[in-house]
Design a protein around this ligand. Structure first.
Ligand code: UDP
Length: 323
């Protein structure tokens, strides 16, 4: 298939592009390079620089390239930042995303795979979180993604735009070529590995008084390649659907740091800080639905295997993509 990968120069988009190409698909990457990196775009893909605010440009691009489906990764995706600057989240993730959807409707591109998030749920009433859990986001990031999911439902009903919305839990890890390099790194695993590399003096632990066994937040870390495989399966889904994507296991912040120490074989200093606002204490996915309906099978089950792949990438690219 010919796929337009919107946000394909970012962490998750770059690895989905790589996998699409490995599997014989054709990929066109559209990215404004605000967060993404030109060198994160696989050399086999065609690259178009542009922004989702440019409605006419998106329409012209869809008309000229005629993709069979769109994968939409372009978004602002930081919980903490969304608590300080909600407008950025509602603008980028809803208004700009609408420009893409409208251009798809106008040019008759009828299929989209959407990057959603476990942040649409907020604090769970039971674990693991399956698709029947009530969506009650506690930060503007989650709220913006939930709003877009609802918009997708209406566009399906009114315009027959078929969608699969994948709610990622915590994406982590790397392939041999591509990995996680955010301009302002806020994510746990890369921050811990930067300390192991000597690039940062210590890692901060945000909150040690949560109601968890060691007092730190628990997240479900899922390998980026397993996420990417779910996107490829989603392209062939017969109906519009929402799927949660995680491993079904959870690791605390302290457990992640301990695993990084073991894998890197280096000291990693920590500093305990207050809670980061907008963080639920535990998020663990049930992915039974996507396993049953699309035959998805995660291949990386252990936190160690995920961190090992990230550590290899960070050692190979200690300064990330360098731009
Ligand atoms: N976290 C932390 N120190 C950091 C970065 C993150 O303690 O330097 C915590 C964060 O509060 C959360 C967990 O690690 O409980 C995962 O955060 P991350 O930003 O990686 O992903 P999120 O869950 O926000 O998508």
């Amino acid at each position: 298939m010919k796929i337009l990968v919107v946000g394909g120069a970012g962490y998750i988009g770059s690895i989905c592009t790589e996998l699409l190409l490995d599997e014989g698909h054709e990929a066109i990457v559209f990215d404004n390079l605000g967060e993404g990196h030109r060198s994160a775009v696989d050399s086999r893909a065609r690259f178009i620089q542009g922004d989702l605010t440019e409605r006419e440009k998106i329409q012209a691009m869809l008309s000229s390239t005629r993709p069979e489906a769109v994968m939409h990764f372009a978004a602002s995706a930081l919980v903490g930042e969304s608590m300080r600057d909600p407008s950025k989240y509602f603008r980028n993730n809803i208004s700009n995303g609408l420009n893409l959807l409208d251009a798809m409707v106008t040019t008759h591109v009828e299929r989209i795979v959407f990057s959603s998030t476990c942040a649409i749920f907020g604090p769970p009433t039971r674990l693991p979180i399956d698709e029947t859990a009530p969506p009650r986001p506690i930060n503007p990031y989650g709220e913006s993604k939930l709003a877009f999911e609802r918009i997708l439902r209406w566009y399906d009903q009114i315009h027959s735009l078929k969608f699969v919305s994948l709610r990622y839990f915590n994406a982590a890890g790397a392939t041999g070529n591509f990995g996680e390099d955010h301009r302002l790194e806020t994510h746990l695993i890369p921050n811990v590995l930067k300390v192991a590399l000597g690039e940062k003096p210590h890692v901060e632990i945000y909150g040690t008084d949560y109601e968890t066994p060691d007092g730190t937040c628990i997240r479900d870390y899922i390998h980026i390649l397993d996420l990417a495989r779910a996107h490829i399966l989603a392209l062939e889904a017969a109906k519009s659907e929402f799927y949660n994507l995680g491993t079904g296991g959870g690791s605390s912040v302290r457990e992640v740091i301990a695993a990084c120490r073991k894998i890197a074989g280096r000291n990693i200093d920590t500093v305990e800080k207050p809670r980061r606002s907008g963080d639920p204490s535990r998020l663990i996915a049930s992915s039974e639905k996507i396993k049953n309906e699309l035959g998805w099978r995660p291949q990386f089950q252990s936190l160690e295997a995920i961190i090992e792949s990230a550590w290899k990438w960070h050692q190979k690219f200690p300064h990330g993509y360098g731009d």
